[in-house]
Design a protein around this ligand. Structure first.
Ligand code: MD6
Ligand code: FE
Length: 193
């Protein structure tokens, strides 16, 4: 199985990431609520940083060089995230030639969730996706290659890293909700091209 899940980030590092998101990312790339083609809103807020970002509106899902509301380029990767990516390369968790081109920043409050989906809007479907969990613990759902496959529940705690690679890169997955506490932030780092 090429899903790696481990605890990595201590409280100081987690706080540093959160502080950098607040000071470096949100002023340039504010949170927004993605919408489906139908106009229905997703049940969480998000933003991105990096060269490109994932957006969803009445045209559907796609990657865009511009924030959907400000129409400005996305904020740069905060230094603390670049340090983590370097560390994961050094330790052999991800390939040395991995290019972190975007980081999706999802914010969940109590009751927020993300339905089962596959991440396949990326042109490159072989580069791993790296997930970093911050804030409240929550229930991650991991399914199979088909939507109807059995779903396993995995608790993601603050500081956890989960890397979905190879054949598991395209498994259905979702986020069922936070367990206790009131805010969870999930970062997913991707190589899109
Ligand atoms: C979440 N995560 O944990 C949602 N996608 O809130 C994802 O959708 C996800 O954790 C691809 C790879 C890892 C993930
Ligand atoms: Fe996903």
């Amino acid at each position: 199985m090429t899903i790696q899940h481990f605890s990595l980030l201590n409280k100081t590092t987690r706080q540093q990431i959160i502080d950098e998101i607040h000071s470096l990312v949100l002023p340039i790339s504010p949170l927004f609520t993605p919408k489906m083609k139908s106009g229905a809103k997703f049940n969480y807020q998000m933003t991105c940083c990096g060269d490109i970002g994932w957006i969803s509106d009445h045209f559907g899902y796609r990657y865009s060089k511009l924030h959907p509301e400000t129409q400005q380029p996305w904020a740069k990767f905060p230094p603390s995230l670049s340090t983590i990516i370097d560390y994961l390369k050094l330790q052999g968790y991800i390939p040395k030639n991995y290019q972190a081109q975007t980081c999706l920043i999802n914010k969940y409050l109590a009751g927020d969730k993300l339905g089962l989906h596959q991440d396949k809007d990326e042109q490159n479907l072989t580069a791993p996706i790296i997930s970093i969990s911050l804030g409240a613990s929550g229930i991650f759902q991991l399914g199979g290659m088909n939507r109807k496959d059995q779903v396993q529940e995995i608790i993601l705690n603050p500081g956890d890293i989960m890397i979905m690679a190879d054949e598991d890169r395209l498994r259905f997955h979702g986020f069922k909700g936070i367990l206790k506490g009131h805010k969870r932030v999930n970062l997913t780092i991707r190589q899109v091209y």
